[in-house]
Design a protein around this ligand. Structure first.
Ligand SMILES: *Cc1c(COP(=O)(O)O)cnc(C)c1O
Length: 403
């Protein structure tokens, strides 16, 4: 087999307006906040990060990190099962078990790896993994890694999930869903899925990457919001790089489940333990999130403010009530133009294109943070309103109608 030339692959992405561009953050306009990164010498208001509680730039976790690094150094030196598991990892796992109300929690280096680990450890060849059509890529990749077959049900369609569980020829060992869908911001029908999973004795895995720290009366996430117990949702995955503003992820569940993951989850076993200073930063962030419940209230209040203003300005919204607010513009061209126009107006909002979302569902993904001010939110809506009017006018012109 000869090497395939790479240039045509890149050129095709360019022609389809699907080539992705990284932008380098040169610094932050305000110390202690990531709300206004400086890019190419200009400060932009960032409406695309997952820093929901405004903790990513907070000096508290950074100080905890520096303090731990002075004691432990930067690297952990080995995987958890060899000689890399330290007191800070242990302390964070205990704090996360307490936070989620579960027997044990296990740290993974990333959420991507946590999902690979959980799904591949719980499902085996000959079994089926059932997933929502819009599940995060890492859940799909976990099913692939497990060697089991996987089926997907229509987005958020719990009745369809139940029907597939009933009709399955092969045992379904895992039913996995995002708690909050990362590109749509809607919340999974967890009550119905939990019923279906229990009735068919499948493991329900909820990946609450975007709900944990934000949703529910005490910030425990989508599972708490749905009023579900640890029996209803035996496997909870949470990420630490989003609301908690740090890095890493965890799986929380029964002591038996966690012990199985320690023994069997390849993305846990065969990788270097994340640096202890990162775990120390996360533990400080977790304490801040718990102590400062106003952060959670604020990001949800700003979300409501954004939605009310956007409705008034005829910006097309979805039903999402979480800080993830998609604005569907329908084509790669339209979202790229809108992204550019917003950047010129001082806002960093990222266009989401295929294959992250299906072609035809290209969107701007606006995310809100407790670090935003009311006036930043208002100014964003004003710019969006203008851009949507222009996009509509362009569309009308292309169809030969008067704008
Ligand atoms: C971000 C995300 C992940 C991956 O988490 P990382 O820690 O960034 O690897 C997993 N699942 C969902 C739903 C996510 O949005």
């Amino acid at each position: 087999m000869q090497r395939r030339p790479l240039e045509p692959l890149l050129a095709q992405l360019e022609r389809d307006q699907l080539r992705r561009q990284r932008r380098t953050i040169e610094g932050y306009a305000t110390a202690g906040s990531h709300a206004e990164p400086v890019i190419a010498g200009r400060r932009l208001v960032d409406f695309s990060s997952n820093d929901y509680l405004g903790l990513a730039g907070h000096p508290g976790p950074a100080a905890a990190m520096a303090d731990c690094a002075a004691r432990c150094g930067a690297g952990s030196g080995a995987s958890h099962l060899i000689s890399g598991h330290g007191a800070e990892h242990q302390a964070l796992e205990e704090a996360l078990a307490l936070f989620t109300g579960r027997e044990r929690a296990l740290l993974f280096s990333t959420g991507y790896m946590a999902n690979l680990g959980v799904v591949s450890a719980l499902a085996q060849r000959g079994e089926t993994v059932l997933l929502d059509r819009l599940s995060h890529a890492s859940l799909i990749d976990g099913a692939l890694l497990s060697g089991s077959r996987f089926k997907r049900y229509a987005h958020a369609d719990a009745a369809r999930a139940r029907a597939l569980l009933c009709a399955a020829l092969h045992p379904t060992s895992v039913l996995a869903t995002d708690g909050v869908f990362s590109m749509d911001g809607d919340i999974a029908p967890l009550v119905e899925l939990a019923h279906a999973a229990r009735a068919h004795d499948a493991w329900l895995v909820v990946d609450d990457a975007h709900g944990i720290g934000v949703l529910g009366p005490t910030g425990r996430g989508a599972v708490e919001l749905a009023g579900l117990s640890t029996q209803d949702v035996p496997v909870l995955v949470g990420t630490l790089g989003k609301a908690f503003g740090s890095f890493g992820a965890f799986v929380a569940g029964s002591a038996e489940l966690i012990e199985l993951l320690v023994q069997k989850a390849r993305p846990y076993m065969y990788t270097t333990a994340l640096p202890q200073p990162v775990a120390a930063a996360t533990r400080a962030a977790l304490a801040l999130a718990e102590r400062e419940s106003w952060r959670r209230e604020r990001v949800l209040a700003l979300t409501e403010r954004f939605r009310a203003a956007a409705r008034a300005a005829a910006v097309p919204l979805t039903a999402s009530v979480t800080p993830i607010q998609p604005i569907a513009l329908g084509s790669a061209h339209a979202v790229m133009q809108a992204q550019q126009a917003l950047s010129e107006a001082g806002f960093w909002v990222v266009a989401i294109r295929a294959p992250t979302v299906p072609a035809g569902q290209e969107r701007l993904r606006v995310t809100l943070s407790a670090a935003h001010t009311e006036s930043q939110v208002d100014a964003l809506v004003e710019a969006l309103g203008r851009i949507c009017r222009e996009t509509a006018a362009d569309g009308a012109q292309e169809r030969g109608l008067d704008p």
